[in-house]
Design a protein around this ligand. Structure first.
Ligand code: NAD
Length: 253
């Protein structure tokens, strides 16, 4: 039956940045669909774990700072030890630094590019090598942004890195679709999480953003749950290299 295609029973999903915001919402969604979730974060994922366990789902955490060079090996090793497999990778962790382009230092530029772009590639490569290529299947979901399509204001490294995520999604899909691996992305619109606290606190920017969203409200982590399950499931097996906007209509304006 069609809804069975969306079930994730027996699957193991790695979600980076699972402690809060969109990563927490995605973790809950995949767990509710039946996956066992390995949440990667710098800080405790206790809140995410409690929410998943309340639904009788399975959750393990791997605490690691993704900006450290050993992070990728740690995630692979801990996944092997915890589950012995991985079927789904969600590259969700990301950072944004807001400052005028004229003032951005090389250090801040590198921090953002490292986490939002470089790590997305090398973690995908490592998980594909270790788990997806041998199994002949796998799902990668990258978290892009409206700034994958637009330039934004005062966030040049973020815009560059999120534009790269869309290109990388297509590049990996082209090489790995024939290996049974689907690589796709979700581009969230303006969502009410830590990532946008500064924007939402700026009355003027906040009002002008809200006024431009056809849906008339900021998005929430719940809003991307359905798309995450779809892209993680068999229902999307012939979808490759595509970025789905979940934006309340922002890009349609
Ligand atoms: P958030 O700030 O709440 O989440 C960011 C996540 O990344 C957190 O879990 C954080 O712990 C993790 N993270 C950051 N640096 C890390 C590091 N060095 N090591 C380990 N984990 C690290 O914001 P969010 O909105 O939930 O962001 C999730 C993703 O969605 C990000 O990639 C963000 O760019 C993207 N996004 C957000 C919005 C939005 O409007 N909120 C819009 C488009 C895209």
């Amino acid at each position: 039956m069609i809804l069975d295609l969306f079930r994730l029973d027996g699957k193991v999903a790695i979600v980076t940045g699972a402690n809060t915001g969109l990563g927490q919402g995605i973790s809950l969604a995949l767990a509710q669909a039946g996956a066992s979730v390995i949440g990667v974060a710098r800080r405790s994922c206790q809140e995410t774990a409690e929410k998943i366990q309340a639904d009788k789902g399975s959750f393990h955490e791997v605490i690691v700072d993704l900006s450290r060079p050993e992070a990728v090996d740690t995630i692979v090793d801990r996944t092997k030890a915890l589950a012995g497999r991985a079927d789904i990778l969600v590259n969700n962790a990301g950072m944004i630094l807001r400052e005028d382009a004229i003032d951005v230092s090389q250090e801040n530029w590198d921090k953002v590019i490292y986490l939002n772009q470089r790590l997305v590639f090398f973690l995908s490569q490592a998980i594909a090598r270790e788990f997806f290529f041998p199994a002949g299947s796998g799902k990668i979901i990258n978290i892009a942004s409206m700034l994958s399509f637009q330039g934004g204001i005062r966030v040049p490294a973020y815009a560059a890195s999120k534009s790269a995520v869309v290109g990388l999604t297509k590049a990996l899909a082209n090489e790995w679709a024939s290996r049974g691996i689907q690589v796709n992305a979700i581009a969230p619109g303006y969502m009410a999480t830590n990532n946008t606290t500064q924007l939402r606190n700026d009355q003027e920017r906040s009002a002008s953003i809200l006024e431009r969203i056809p849906a008339g409200r900021w998005g929430t982590p719940e809003d991307i749950m359905g798309t995450a399950v779809y892209l993680a499931s068999k229902a999307s097996d012939y979808v490759n290299g595509f970025t789905i906007a979940v934006d309340g209509g922002w890009l349609a304006r």
